[in-house]
Design a protein around this ligand. Sequence first.
Ligand code: NAD
Ligand code: IPM
Ligand code: MN
Length: 350
Amino acid sequence: PSHLDLAVIAGDGIGPEVVAEALQALHLAVRDEVRVSETHYRLGAEHYLESGEILDDATMDRLAQHQAILFGAIGGAPNDPRLAGGIIERGLLLKLRFAFDHYVNLRPSRILPGVTSPLAQPGDVDFVVVREGTEGPYVGNGGAIRVGTRHEIANEVSVNTAHGVERLVRFGFATAAARPAQKLTLVHKTNVLSHAGGLWSRTVDRIAKDYPQVAVDYLHVDAATIFMVTDPGRFDTIVTDNLFGDILTDLAAAISGGIGLAASGNINPDGAFPSMFEPVHGSAPDIAGRQLADPTAAILSAALLLEHLGHTEAAGRITTAVEADLADRGEARRSTSEIGTAIRHRITSL
Ligand code: NAD
Ligand code: IPM
Ligand code: MN
């Protein structure tokens, strides 16, 4: 059998609850085709409050040695002053995305059979958001002066490089070209953010010439939120920047059955660093510790991980099992472990 050397960062809140189910599904799905070893890293808000450590260089070096990372979610209590300013989000999650050059944040959305959308007439929803992962307003290029005074000035500068936009847009076109609908929608705000918008638009126009079979569309981000609710079937491959992509993918999750189903991959397509797979949702402190979290998003993230590493059959077993589970889930409310167990039974009986 081949070998899969996995790093696991379960994190905070519901992170460990959903990751436990995802790992069990993964182990069952690979059967005896892949020998899996997992190394758990205790990281997150809770670990920081205990140890003062967020993510040190030695841990980064160890993480870099793994083939892939399965990530749960991080983030502590909402109003904890010791966690103010997103130090865990920046010092852990964004640090990993930046250091491991996860420039593609891949977030697929589909309304699977059996799943009820909050939209009355959702139509055929099957699209993928190719979100930029290493640039935009996330890089921390900014600062504030006269903080706390009436003359405070606070800047967050969105960084968009020709290199960063081009590699993301190329990945977007390759993604669109491989999908049946072959349609790419650039989402931006070129009517206001014209410097960055110009770079994104020109890049899309230029790369489009290499993909004549892909239809190209453009939407301002505000209008994109309209269509995501009124006509989500119009989307196939959405290419967008880091912040727009963050917001759009929570909306995409909501219309396609809920945040508990939305999986994602932070991909380093060059393979120089391990890619990292995680549910789109966060640590959900409001429901943590009560077995209320839906582990499906984490389980589907494990499937994306397997798919990324070429374990296509094992990945397919997970998605088939999840689809079967969703198809007759009904209205009954199940606990985290009940959902995990039901999906495992499906994997076993495939
Ligand atoms: P959240 O995604 O944690 O929760 C938003 C809402 O969705 C909550 O009502 C929550 O109960 C619900 N929800 C989330 N996951 C669910 C699941 N699997 N099943 C059922 N319901 C689910 O977002 P938030 O409340 O804005 O953030 C909480 C913390 O998580 C913050 O510290 C934030 O920074 C962090 N966060 C981390 C990640 C990550 O680790 N990748 C992602 C988003 C937010
Ligand atoms: C996500 C999260 C993160 C983001 C936060 C926690 C840094 O919301 O993965 O969508 O904004 O990318
Ligand atoms: Mn988000």
